[in-house]
Design a protein around this ligand. Structure first.
Ligand SMILES: Nc1ncnc2c1ncn2[C@@H]1O[C@H](COP(=O)(O)OP(=O)(O)OP(=O)(O)O)[C@@H](O)[C@H]1O
Ligand SMILES: [Mg+2]
Length: 278
């Protein structure tokens, strides 16, 4: 079956959302029920899919594909309702201005609650079968992702025995178990994104204890067609087009597309199909 949870991260702008969405589509192509979650992402996933925004509550945006843009306040609300089951208690406690301020002052609490939501959905069963066969997290960029995924372990180490530490242990068991979750690093073939990819890979096998899945090199450089070289040669002599000259030296050019739309997303999903089949 492969791991149920796939966490997608990498440097800002490398294509995390595109890759996470494509992985989710590749899973639905296999007939699987998929939950694709963003963390305060601004509903980029649904924009990319060309469907109305999912917002903070799970919605089936395409057949077999559920989406959500997790936000701290709503995740907290949901979590409290799931555990306490009383809206009035939630209102009394969490809508109190002082408590609200306090909740935001404990950063690891919001992170625990977001991961807790994924944990809950990973465990969710309908008539004995998992509610979702795959959960894809379009995680924040490098630093924030390391902070998010490092929270359970940090809480386990620092908080005295009690319910909070038990929750942290459950979350660490989820993200730290190779048959339950994988971290997919996305990069582009450029120095800074690759450095962040290496940082993430080190963190994954070091302090985070998360198994690595396939690393995706997105937006790779394509060889220039040989026929293009003579026409571009005069540019190489022009000192004002340094970057182009560099590209010419490597006989490579970025594959420039007018946009990244539905067709490109489908193509990326097709390319990434072996990742979810593995
Ligand atoms: N393989 C690709 N080919 C062409 N364009 C791409 C590809 N992947 C992503 N893009 C484009 O690159 C831009 C950034 O992609 P995306 O939003 O997925 O990155 P991100 O890592 O999620 O960014 P952020 O850090 O802001 O969340 C978008 O305009 C997207 O359409
Ligand atoms: Mg994104």
């Amino acid at each position: 079956m492969g791991p149920r949870l796939r966490i997608v991260t990498g440097k800002g702008g490398v294509g995390k959302t595109a890759v996470a969405t494509a992985l989710a589509l590749a899973e639905t192509e296999r007939g699987r029920n998929v939950l694709l979650a963003e963390v305060n992402g601004g509903d980029k996933v649904t924009a990319l899919l060309g469907v109305p925004p999912a917002g903070p509550h799970l919605r089936e945006v395409l057949p077999r594909l559920w989406s959500v843009d997790m936000r701290a306040d709503e995740a907290m609300h949901e979590y409290v309702l799931l555990t306490l089951r009383f809206e009035t208690v939630y209102r009394a406690v969490f809508e109190n201005r002082l408590v609200r301020g306090f909740v935001h002052l404990v950063p690891s609490l919001t992170e625990l609650v977001m991961l807790g939501k994924l944990w809950y959905h990973e465990k969710e069963r309908v008539q004995g079968r998992p509610r979702y066969d795959a959960i894809i997290l379009d995680a924040p960029a490098t630093g924030h992702a390391i902070a998010l995924l490092g929270t359970p372990h940090a809480v386990e180490e620092t908080v005295p025995p009690g319910p909070l530490r038990d929750i942290a242990r459950d979350l660490q068991a989820l993200i730290g178990s190779p048959d339950r979750s994988r971290l997919h690093v996305v990069t582009t073939p450029e120095e800074m994104p690759v450095n962040e990819a290496l940082e993430l890979e080190r963190a994954a096998s070091g302090q985070l204890g998360v198994a690595l899945g396939t690393t995706v090199v997105n937006q790779r450089l394509e060889p220039l067609p040989a026929s293009a070289l003579p026409a571009l040669a005069p540019l190489a002599a022009d000192p004002e087009v340094g970057a182009s000259v560099q590209a010419l030296d490597r006989r490579e050019a970025r594959l420039v597309r007018p946009g990244f739309g539905a067709a490109e997303l489908r193509e990326l999903a097709r390319l990434l199909a072996p990742v979810v089949a593995a």
